[in-house]
Design a protein around this ligand. Structure first.
Ligand code: GAL
Length: 414
């Protein structure tokens, strides 16, 4: 019965038949990419809440990360394992289009039984949609990150005489970066050792210059009407590249971010996972030492990045996996994880009154936002093929910094 449920020959039935007690040799193998300082701390908080809830010791859990920002190494680590029937218990994945390569091959168990009525009624509707395939739940979203942030070091911008609140578009940001540079600071802490941070930066610039409708057109691969806008936005990113971290090609996003914490760089464009770093840095306080404005020209937009966990078929630890997914979907799990991670919970009933002030501000921006848009660099905004095409084009872009050639490639290849 159990084997029938979970072998996944036909995509598996629901997890209903999974026993409440794990088999003696069960071990939860967890694959994710949260190894940067604040991110690792958030995962550890979630693991602790899981162990407390279900009475496990560390020995029952095989925490097996595939390090690399924005999941840049996770596909290699898990795709062939999942398709050859040797999956980990669960793995991190963006809900939405990124699930398709797995759901189209029936490699994810439906987990309707994890989604109790209590959980179902607590989640935001839009988030729930991203967790379903063919009417079945297949994922548990854990967090809502905002992508269109511009973080800055308060003392650096004050010292350089930059009025951050006066930055109204991407061109103003270029001027501010020039000013920071002329005052001896790095304009923008940024990594180019992997393509995703530049891809997401361009997404922000394009949206700021052309608005959300044009951006959605690009997500739908209707790019040919936008060639000159593509080129113009790419050119601005090229202009930014004169002011990014001098060691950008050899650092990760969190290593680059350290320059903001150390007072060497003025700005950072990242998702609010960067806040995990700020919160764990000592003597670096929100409002006083660091602050954030929406990426200039994108006020009113909440560009969204979410993470979820799934239950691959042929699951090595059905009971523990189901319990893990329940914990990801619980008030307790989301309260503790998001507090440290810098994201807001996708459940509407998680008490956030004593959350850090920054997260409370993000939560009100989220409820006041006019538009919520997904991202290419973080999977959910485009199908996996489109994402790979963009990544390939942008890996050329961060070598050539050639805007017109890159715009032509986008139009020709998408
Ligand atoms: C995103 C992910 C975030 C964070 C970030 C940097 O794709 O959703 O949780 O980990 O990458 O690695």
């Amino acid at each position: 019965m159990l084997a029938g449920c979970l072998t996944g020959d036909d995509g598996g039935d629901d997890v209903e038949g999974v026993p409440d007690e794990p088999a003696e040799d069960e071990e939860l193998e967890l694959v994710h990419w949260w190894t940067a300082g604040g991110e690792e701390a958030a995962l550890n908080d979630l693991l602790e809440s899981f162990r407390n809830e279900y009475g496990y010791s560390g020995g029952d859990i095989n925490n097996n990360p595939a390090p690399g920002g924005a999941g840049s190494a996770i596909d290699t680590a898990i795709q062939s394992r999942v398709s050859s029937g040797d999956p980990p218990s669960t793995f991190q994945i963006w809900p939405g289009g990124s699930l398709d390569p797995y759901t189209s091959e029936d490699l994810l168990n439906p987990i309707n039984d994890v989604w109790t009525d209590e959980m179902d009624s607590a989640y935001l509707d839009g988030v729930k949609e991203t967790a379903r395939h063919d009417g079945d739940f297949v994922a548990v979203p854990l967090n809502i990150h905002r992508l269109n942030n511009l973080f800055y070091n308060v003392n650096v911008v004050e010292d350089a005489g930059i009025d951050v609140d006066g930055l109204s578009d991407g061109e103003d940001l270029l001027t501010a970066m020039e000013t920071a540079d002329s005052e001896g600071y790095i304009g923008m802490a940024h990594q180019t050792s992997s393509t995703w941070s530049t891809l997401q930066m361009w997404e922000m610039v394009f949206m700021a210059q052309n608005g959300v409708d044009a951006y959605r057109d690009v997500l739908d691969k209707n790019v040919s009407d936008h060639e000159s806008a593509l080129e113009e936005s790419l050119q601005l990113v090229v202009d930014y590249s004169d002011y990014i971290s001098p060691n950008s090609a050899s650092v990760t996003w969190d290593e680059a971010n350290q320059a903001v914490i150390d007072g060497d760089a003025a700005f950072l464009h990242q998702g609010d996972w960067a806040v995990g770093e700020y919160q764990t840095a000592s003597g670096f306080d929100y409002g006083e030492d660091w602050d954030m404005v929406p990426f200039p020209g994108t006020g009113g937009v909440y560009a969204i990045v979410m993470d979820s966990f799934v239950m691959p078929t042929n699951n090595p630890s059905p009971t523990m996996t189901k319990q893990w997914l329940r914990q990801c979907g619980s008030i307790d799990g989301q309260e503790t994880f998001n507090r440290t991670k810098g994201s807001i919970p996708p459940r509407t009933d998680v008490p956030t009154d004593d959350y850090p002030e920054f997260l409370q501000d993000q939560a009100s921006d989220f409820s006041d936002s006019d538009e919520q848009v997904p991202s290419i660099a973080h999977g959910s905004g485009i199908d996996p093929d489109g994402k790979s095409q963009f990544e390939e084009i942008f890996s050329g872009f961060i070598e050539s910094w050639n805007a017109s050639e890159t715009a032509s490639r986008i139009v020709d290849e998408l």
